[in-house]
Design a protein around this ligand. Structure first.
Ligand SMILES: Cc1cc2nc3c(=O)[nH]c(=O)nc-3n(C[C@H](O)[C@H](O)[C@H](O)COP(=O)(O)O)c2cc1C
Length: 500
């Protein structure tokens, strides 16, 4: 018996050792047969070891353990409080501090924790289907293809339950988007769902795509913070029947998204494209972009002010934003982080008198209470949440979106892995997260003595500077208080609150 066990264990080990000695791919294995494999194992599970055992509460990126714990607990409606007091370094430069009021507002928030947008989407250009977004928190663009059908379905169900908008991402509209949540249909350089057989943009195809879907607005994607200036390729193996149908492309063939749009290549062309789509559909039309060139934003704003035409909303995506897959150098080094990008954009529009007319949407790790409230205080009208929404539906930040092997079934097309994600249950979690986030934003505002986070004025918001210095967030980021608390913006919020 002992001999049999030894043979069963020993023979494979000896065989492995011999193989390691003669193979030429890995020098570690040639030099350390058998035990060298532990190095590869530990490298493979290193992220999990660090995440669960080594890293402290605020250390990890993109989202720290504290941040993830808050999202998970909120999504599950569990206890999201933390005990004993902060473990943050309170003197770290750039930390946001909300200045509490001596006499806070004593408000009871409803279960929905409604925080409506202060502006009308499409109001400035009088679009036929302009509307006031009911929620300042909405779901950011993530395509069916990068996310599983079950994940898209959960996001859409949760959007309906929490009365927020669900951006389709650039992969077209699928049956998973049709669970009652209102959509923002995104058009990227591949024009998925709006292309002819040769891949060119087709307005007829667009009209057909939106005809039977609850599309409330259209977003033209110029770029994305995590990978600006490059396109993408969906390999043939991932182009299933379902994905091909949603995108309007042939099955089992590589699908490329070019780096740039083919319909326009300058400011005038972009504005023409926006106006064409808005005119045909009656919907508000906006653009999404990472921020690199300052000149582009000045040119766009000036051209829009001159012609009184152009996008109804501008989504500014910071370089800290997420992606399904991107080259490391692009995620790490191309385009500005949100808090550099956004002031540049809002200032460009304010200079020409348009900042009160455009709806500003911000994204890039803003889906947490302090960050979202800070963004609204500094001129953002709506925050889009991407990965935080993924966390709410079960993502564990395994960072495997690009491999197709997401262990939680969120960012994969594997039927087996996707099976683990129950869209109904996770839809409720998404809704809990969105309402929980709005609730915390409201509580922050009330603690500071105002009714809506966009009313947090310069004196309510401080930032720690170097040493013991404390300065206003507005001067730290370079956004004038007159822009964020303009008469029109404040009046818009008052009307929104009255309509509740
Ligand atoms: C898996 C995944 C897929 C994404 N797909 C798209 C997309 O199709 N179009 C787009 O504009 N942005 C896409 N994004 C970027 C997000 O919409 C968002 O701008 C970015 O992640 C920043 O928000 P966050 O920090 O809340 O995640 C994707 C992000 C992730 C994580």
């Amino acid at each position: 018996m002992v001999g049999l066990v030894l043979a069963l264990v020993g023979v494979p080990i000896v065989a492995l050792g011999l193989y390691d000695l003669i193979q030429r791919r890995h020098s570690i294995l040639r030099n350390f047969p058998v035990i060298g494999h532990f190095r590869f194992l530990i490298e493979k599970i290193g992220p999990e070891l660090r995440q669960y055992i080594v890293a402290d509460n605020d250390e990890e990126r993109p989202f720290s353990r504290d941040q993830r714990r808050w999202v998970y607990a909120t999504a599950k409606k569990e206890n999201s409080y933390f005990g004993f007091g902060t473990d943050d370094d309170l003197d770290k430069p750039g930390r946001i501090i909300f200045r509490n009021a001596p006499f806070p507002l004593n408000r009871k928030s409803s279960d929905e924790a409604s925080v409506p947008c202060g502006k009308i989407l499409g109001g400035w250009r009088n679009r036929r289907q302009s509307f006031r977004p009911a929620s300042v928190i909405n779901i950011s663009a993530m395509s069916f293809g990068s996310l599983s059908g079950a994940a898209i379905s959960a996001l859409n169900r949760g959007s309906k339950l929490s009365n927020c908008l669900h951006n389709t991402g650039e992969g077209g509209i699928s049956e998973h988007h049709m669970h009652g949540g209102d959509l923002v249909y995104q058009l990227g350089t591949g024009y998925f769902g709006s292309r002819d057989l040769d891949g060119n943009f087709s307005i007829d195809a667009l009209m057909k795509t939106i005809a039977n879907a609850p599309v409330r607005a259209i977003e033209i994607k110029l770029s994305q913070g995590a990978k600006p200036g490059i396109g993408g390729l969906l390999p043939a193996a991932k182009v299933t029947k379902e994905i091909a149908k949603a995108r309007g492309v042939p099955v089992n063939r590589d699908v490329a998204s070019p780096s740039a749009h083919t319909v326009f290549s300058d400011v005038e062309g972009l504005v023409e494209f926006v106006e064409l789509i808005a005119e045909k559909t009656g919907l508000p039309v906006g653009i999404k972009s990472a921020v690199g060139s300052e000149k582009f934003w000045n040119d766009l704003a000036s051209y829009m002010a001159e012609t009184e035409r152009g996008p109804d909303f501008v989504t500014v995506d910071g370089s800290e934003g997420g992606t399904g897959a991107a080259p490391l150098v692009f995620s790490d080094h191309v385009s500005l982080p949100f808090w550099h990008a956004f002031p540049l954009v809002i200032n460009a529009f304010a200079k020409v008198g348009l900042s009160d007319h455009i709806v500003f949407i911000g994204s890039g790790k803003l889906g947490l209470p302090a960050e979202a409230a800070e963004a609204l205080a500094l001129g953002v009208d709506i925050v889009n949440v991407g990965r935080e929404a993924m966390l709410a539906i079960g993502c564990v930040q395994a960072q495997k979106c690009h491999t197709g092997h997401c262990p939680t079934g969120v960012a994969t097309q594997s039927r087996w892995l996707e099976r683990g994600l129950d869209p109904k249950d996770k839809g409720v979690r998404l809704a809990n997260y969105v309402t929980g986030l709005r609730y915390e934003m409201l509580r922050l505002s009330h603690a500071c003595g105002v009714e809506h986070p966009a009313l947090l004025s310069e004196e309510k918001l401080a930032v720690t500077g170097d040493g013991r210095a404390l300065m206003s967030a507005h001067s730290w980021y370079g956004v004038a208080p007159e822009i964020t608390q303009s008469k029109q913006r404040v009046a818009g919020i008052a009307s929104a609150l009255k309509e509740l």
